[in-house]
Design a protein around this ligand. Sequence first.
Ligand code: OXD
Ligand code: MN
Length: 622
Amino acid sequence: MTLLETPRIHSAHEATAASSAPGGYDGRAIPADVAAWVSDIAELAQPAEIHWCDGSTRERHELLQQLVAAGTIEQLNPELRPYSFVARSHEGDVARLESRTFICSQDEADAGPTNNWREPVAMRAELTAVFRGTMRGRTMYVVPFSMGPIGSPMAKMGVQVTDSPYVVVSMGTMTRMGSAALDAIAAGADWVPAVHSVGAPLAPGEHDVAWPCNDAKYVAHFPETREIWSFGSAYGGNAILAKKAFALRIASVQARDEGWLAEHMLLIKVTAPSGKAYHLAAAFPSACGKTNLAMLTPSIPGWSVETIGDDIAWLRIGADGRLRAINPEAGFFGVAPGTSATTNPTAIDTLWGNTIFTNVATTDDGDVWWEGLTPTPPAHLTDWRGRSWTPGSGTRAAHPNSRFTVSARQCPSIASTWEDPEGVVVDAIVFGGRRASNVPLVVEARDWDHGVFMGATIASEQTAAAEGTVGELRRDPFAMLPFCGYNMGDYFAHWLDFGRRLRRSARVPRVFQVNWFRKGADGSFLWPGFGDNARVLQWMVERLEGTASADESPLGCVPAADGLNLDGLDLDDDRVRELFAVDPAALRVEVDDIERFFATFGERLPAELPRQFELLRARLDD
Ligand code: OXD
Ligand code: MN
């Protein structure tokens, strides 16, 4: 790069004006290491301009206007959906790309059998080639952000550079983004660098497309140097690097090294009619109803559920010896299809305005629609591809992985403690998946180690959140299969070790497994789900309080007869029996599958897991 091509660095309020001097940012000092890194990336990617994001409302407004002008987003009817927008992505850029997600640890064994490993030197060379000149003709945005409330001892900082203004506004919703985060870095906080490009340089005078992206895609993580490099996609977790790439893949490595947990978990506060409140952290694979559970409206009187987070939780042992957790995110990037006033009225209320929808359908009067929003679709829609759509056309109007991006602050059920810098005390951990068979409605683990076994053996039917065949059963330990940044065998060991540390502290949380999705012989769901899931939460709380009795089953403790509150529910005894049925023959087949899965970890599998496995086998043979 010659000196003449050196990109201009300017403040947020000078997005198109002449630059202020490098190092100037709203009069603030830019930390030298951040400035040096930004300048290195700019030298490689060669953007036309550099914009340091301050996270202000004015900046967001300007970016949204720019995105409307570029055709990336369209404003919805302000009378129906104030200050809200719809984006239609490129048809080849609609989900997380697990096959293009790489963990580039020095040693392949440290990535483990569940990750795509790439040798870091070779990957750096490949990335350098694709990133060279990738931002030509575009603005590179520098996005300083905090995961967790700024100032929280549990928060962590990052800086993402991106050439996508759509990604900037998404980061603005999903994180605490802007000057305050940069100030925290200037004050000495460590930060994770994340480089993102849509991979679509513009030649002088070239007309841009609405959703620039590249057929070649990479979401690469370097765990030892805590770096993220993403190329070619602007969709969700591929591009909003604070979320899956940082808050789970890189953070899981930091958590292993620093003795905490970075998990794919929602966080809720459940209050019993007595007024006593408990906090639950629950891990479910992508698109298995985490947002619905996080915003649940209980069907049973006297109970309430408040939201702290819907996707990611960071947990550590607090100064008081209790397990404490924060939601590191500031917004929800939720799956739209299936969200309705019946399934999740709180989400519907949250989405009243100030929302960016991606790949949903739009109505003729300028509002949004997706499958499941209303029992019958409107007579005419514009589908997620931007084409005219009528019911019966045989295609889906909204993409199955269409999303809403909205601030957590807008959620009517958000708990007043959701930004508590110390985190909330976690009383119970829940694991779940989407299972048509074999897994009962609820089971309680005998102890922490048994709970780790439950987490390690979660399997779920694949959803549309990532590429792959929807419906196929896959092992998804701790719902972290696509998100664990290191060898999952070591991750299991870390969980076991964490339990040993918890046992030395005040109280070890209880562990449960749930399955809302079991089907009967007739193929229909056995359990009504949604608001009625509060009945299962009630049983868990009563277990915590020591008032609910349980029966032993080979899988763990299940509610004793009459233990589950089924008042007012039209569920006959046969269905209840089916919900909790344990079929040893079917489970033995499952156990063989678990054995094969565990074998893939070789000597990295901690001995406690095969021990738990043999105990289960023996219980099934009893
Ligand atoms: C998500 C996912 O977007 O898990 O939360 O895919
Ligand atoms: Mn998720």
